[in-house]
Design a protein around this ligand. Structure first.
Ligand code: NAP
Length: 374
C-alpha cells in the first residue's frame, strides 16, 4: 500500500521530535515536509533541532530542509510539494493563527495545541473513547469547500485520565471526580522549566492546566448528538463535577494522576478492574499505533511508576493501579500515561489512523466527487 504523505508543523520541538520518532517506520504515513519558526526555516533539520530522544535521528530526516510556516497555495497542495495531512505541534497562540489557515487552504490539520479543543465545531478525540465526535467535521466550512479540516487531541493529562474513566462511565456512570496530577518536565516543551526551579522540588502551578483538564474531560466523555436534517451535530458535555490539582514534578517523561471518583451506580473492585481489562474498543480496526489493551491494570501495591511503566503498549497504554475504597467518594486509584507519546504525538497519529479508516482524507482536486459526507 502506498503511504500517505504527511507534514509536521512545529517539527523541531519536543512533540515534533516524537512525531518523527513514531512516524519513522509507519506503515501508513510518510514524512515529506517539516516546518517550524523563522529561526529554523531554511536549515537542515539535524541542524535546526536539538534532538532529545533516546533513538537516533533518522539520517534522511536530518537532511530534510525545514520549511517556513507559510500557508500552502492550491498549487503546492495539488503538486504534493506540501502534503494534505499536517500534524501540528506549535504553541497555542501560533496555532490560533496557522491551524485554521491550513485547514481553509485544504489540509487535514491534526493538532496538539489547546487553541481549538473546546471550539463547538472541532472534534476533540481519543479514538478509544469518542471517535463518533468526528461527526463534527461535517460542520466545518473548509471540509465542505475543499476537504480541509481541523481536529484536536486533548491535553496530555486528559488523555490518560479519560482512557481510565471511559470504561467506568460506560458501565457505571460518573457523578464526580477529584484528580491530582504529578506532571513530567517534558510536558513543558524544550527547554521548559529551569533546572533550578524543578530539581529536588515540586511546583504546584501549571498555567491554565487545571481549567483545561476539567473542561476537556467534560467534552471527551460528552455525547455526540447528530442533527440528521442539517447534516451536522453538537456535543452534550458530561454531566459530572471534575476538580483538578496540577503539579510539575522532577520526572522526565510520564504524567502520574491520583484519582478519587464517585459513580452513579455502585461497582465492586472486581467490576471496576474487569471494566478496564475488557476495554478494547478499537480491536477490530487493527490500527498500527493502537495498543491491544489501552488500559492495563497492575495489581502490585506500588505501581504504576513512571520509570517502570511508561513504555507499556509502546507508550500508548494507560497503566492503572492501587484501586481501593475512598472514604470521601467511592473509589480511588492511580494512573500513569506517557505525556509526549500517548499525551501528544502518538495521540495525533492514532487520530490520523482512525480518520484514514473512516475515509475522512478526501480532498478537492484529488477525489472531488467524494468530498461531502465522505
Ligand atoms: P516546544 O518544544 O516549545 O516546540 C515548539 C515548536 O513550535 C518548535 O518546533 C518551534 O520551532 C515551533 N514554532 C515556534 N514558533 C513558530 C512559528 N511562528 N511558526 C511555526 N512553528 C513555530 O513545544 P512542545 O512541547 O513540542 O509543544 C508543542 C505543542 O504541543 C504545544 O501547543 C503544547 O501545548 C502541545 N502539547 C505538548 C505536550 C508535551 O508533553 N510536551 C503534550 C500535549 C500537547 P523552532 O524550533 O523553530 O522555534
Amino acid at each position: 500500500m502506498e503511504r500517505r504523505k504527511v507534514g509536521i508543523l512545529g517539527a523541531t520541538g519536543m512533540v515534533g521530535q516524537r512525531f518523527i520518532q513514531l512516524l519513522a517506520n509507519h506503515p501508513w504515513f510518510e514524512i515529506t515536509w517539516l516546518a517550524a519558526s523563522d529561526r529554523s526555516a531554511g536549515k537542515p533539520y539535524g541542524e535546526a533541532t536539538n534532538w532529545k530522544l533516546d533513538t537516533p535521528l533518522p539520517a534522511q530526516i536530518a537532511k530534510m530542509i525545514v520549511q517556513p510556516n507559510t500557508v500552502p497555495t492550491a498549487e503546492q497542495l495539488a503538486s504534493g510539494e506540501v502534503p494534505r495531512i499536517i500534524f501540528s505541534s506549535v504553541d497555542s497562540p501560533i496555532a490560533k493563527e496557522l491551524e485554521p489557515a491550513y485547514a481553509n487552504a485544504g489540509c487535514a490539520v491534526i493538532s496538539n495545541s489547546s487553541a481549538f479543543r473546546m471550539a463547538p465545531d472541532v472534534p476533540l478525540v481519543v479514538p478509544e473513547v469518542n471517535s463518533d465526535h468526528f461527526g463534527l467535521l461535517e460542520t466545518q466550512v473548509s471540509r465542505k469547500q475543499n476537504g480541509g479540516f481541523l481536529v484536536t487531541n486533548p491535553n496530555c493529562c486528559a488523555i490518560g485520565l479519560v482512557l481510565a474513566l471511559a470504561p467506568l462511565e460506560q458501565k457505571f456512570g460518573i457523578e464526580s471526580l477529584f484528580v491530582t496530577t504529578m506532571q513530567a518536565v517534558s510536558g513543558a516543551g524544550y527547554p521548559g522549566v529551569p533546572s533550578l526551579d524543578i530539581l529536588g522540588n515540586v511546583v504546584p502551578f501549571i498555567k491554565n492546566e487545571e481549567e483545561k483538564l476539567e473542561e476537556e474531560v467534560g467534552k471527551l466523555l460528552g455525547a455526540f448528538k447528530a442533527d440528521e436534517t442539517a447534516g451536522t451535530g453538537s456535543i452534550d458535555l458530561l454531566d459530572a463535577k471534575v476538580s483538578a490539582h496540577c503539579n510539575r514534578v522532577p520526572v522526565i517523561d510520564g504524567h502520574t494522576e491520583c484519582v478519587s471518583i464517585k459513580l452513579k451506580t455502585p461497582a465492586s473492585y472486581e467490576q471496576m478492574v474487569a471494566a478496564w481489562r475488557e476495554f478494547q474498543p478499537l480491536r477490530a480496526h487493527h490500527l498500527p499505533s493502537a495498543p491491544l489493551h489501552p488500559v492495563e491494570y497492575d495489581e502490585a501495591e506500588n505501581r504504576p511508576q513512571p520509570r517502570l511503566d511508561i513504555a507499556r503498549g509502546n507508550g500508548m497504554a494507560t497503566t492503572v493501579g492501587r484501586l481501593r475504597p475512598c472514604s470521601l467518594l467511592d473509589w480511588k486509584f492511580v494512573l500513569l500515561s506517557h505525556n509526549t507519546v500517548r499525551g501528544a504525538a502518538g495521540a495525533a497519529i492514532l487520530n490520523a489512523e482512525i480518520l484514514a479508516v473512516m475515509g475522512k482524507f478526501k480532498f478537492a482536486g484529488a477525489r472531488q466527487e467524494a468530498l461531502v459526507n465522505a
